[in-house]
Design a binder for this molecule. Sequence first.
Ligand code: GLC
Length: 662
Amino acid sequence: MIKRSRFGNPIETEAIINKPEAVEFSSKRLIRTDNGFIINLSEKEMVFGLGENVRGINKRGHIYKSYCDDNPNHQEDTMTLYGAHNFFVLSDSKLGVFLDTPSEITFDIGYTKASEFRIEINKQDFDLYIIEGESIDKVVQEFRGLIGRSYIPPRWSFGYGQCRWSYMSSDEVRTVAENYEKNNMPIDMIYLDIDYMERYKDFTVNKDTFGDLDQLISEMKAKNIHLVPIIDAGIKVEEGYDVYEEGREKGYFCKDADGEDFIVGVWPGRCCFPDMLNSEARAWFGNKYKVLTDMGIDGFWNDMNEPAIFYSEKKLKEAFGKIKEFEGSNLGVDKFFELRDIFNRLGNSREDYASFYHNYRGQKVCHNDVHNLFGYYMTRGASEAFERISPDKRILMFSRASYVGMHRYGGIWQGDNKSWWSHLLMNLKMMPSLNMCGFLYTGADVGGFGSNTTEDLMLRWLQLAVFTPLMRNHSAMGTRRQELYAFEGTERFKKVLDVRYKLLPYIYSEFMKSALKNTMMFRPLAFEYTDDEIACHVEDQLLLGESIMIAPIVEQNAIGRTVYIPERMQLVRFKDGEVISEKIYEKGHAYVEAALDEVILFVRENRILPLSEGGKNVTETNFNDLSLIAFGDEIKPYEYYNDDGESPVKDDYDKYISVLSK
Ligand code: GLC
């Protein structure tokens, strides 16, 4: 059952596609306060959801804020990440809550007072949705029905992708492809980061280094490798740059308080932000992707769309003023810290977010009031353009910033992480909470983006990533090279990577079923084994689809791990190219070993895991001739979804289902 209650006069977000009639607010669990709600939590209550965030699968014990934030240095105490996903479920009462507002929200989940979940909303204009159901899964499914079907990318995007900031030339891209080929390692995508552009200008190509991009695209296509370029939110201010000039003339950029184009610093220096909330400007920006699709590009990633700001003209001026003021003075503790912070505080400042404006549905709206929608609408603009540009073929699209609603238009990656073991675990923990909010095509920068990875971290991370829909190795400028052939044990990487291509039919089928039935692909054990207290508190294992449980190793130098087995399950090991069905475990704890070049998973009793032979890339992987792994006396037939992987998906689900039995 879904109830919507309206407070004040909310800004339309278009997160919801099926809005029920509003009713007067009443709730047994939510107590209205001046600026939000309080929920009293029983000792055992768990809180799930909030999409992209740090910390646990169960979100109790910390404060989170809903405010899209570019924070590459996030740690345990971080409150905001790149997305704003205001949906959560209370385990005891099986109650789902969605707060639909682009304004900032604070979720204090038993942090200030352990027994209290306090929600503070910056503006008292919002729609509140309360969803009740017989299980957490049902509540999530109802919510997903409300927000509409998740984005479905082309099937090739379930292959492995190699990225780095940046491959600096066509030849460097060729070298990457050759190295994968030489080492017999599968690959489907190579990503182009900002340096393929001419001085970071969207929809341009650097003539000196990528002058032969057309040719590169077709060479790569011949190897079944897709090139996936980045698009940034800011447009460089430069006379003669057509995108800038057009945007300025048409009045499509965000404005300052005086109605002038608002100027910020990002990669290319001074930039304007296209007004992604203005439908005309958005469509204009979306059409620009055609420059690249015309060359044969069929996938993109949208970046810096929180939007990230290095500095504004105003703040920069103030900063230089302060520096001059401090010059030559005796800096005591206060002044020293003030000086140090001047430049640290330049970027992504709330003051800047409060000083520019959008034309949203014909109204002048301050950015700060719609901040969380910017990345959503940028990605929506692109995705809507793709429907015009490429009506017969899916295009890959994923974004860094997002709000619920954007899940219909693209996937997301989990933003800039670090080569830390804790971030490997965080990658796992975010999968179910993102699925709850509709984001299915997701994954993290495998190996870690910032700081230097290690060979074993890379291997262990890959062992998780073989299961995530988006499987992209990405690293920052200046860090150690982390292409899979860049380490001593190349053979080990190959063994792990090959497993992905064996799992592809299952991963794609489970992804598609989740998208088409509004279910979750990755579920916490707590959603299935609701009466099993131990299972409910497992934070480092997940159910993936209907047949398997994953329990990756997330600690350095570990040779195995303790796994909680919540029901009879069989250990399956991928070792040296073989698939070995090992021990059948009864419910309880077990210590399971897994070497650095192996992948382990657990198959549930009476469920089927279909596997392919593997392949060099998705196109060459056989999705029809499958081997089936299963054990038990009453094996349930497996509904296998498979389509051409390319055509836009309609609602003719049954046409693509076949039943596999053993
Ligand atoms: C941002 C992105 C990262 C990219 C970099 C350069 O930090 O999150 O993925 O590599 O910008 O474009």
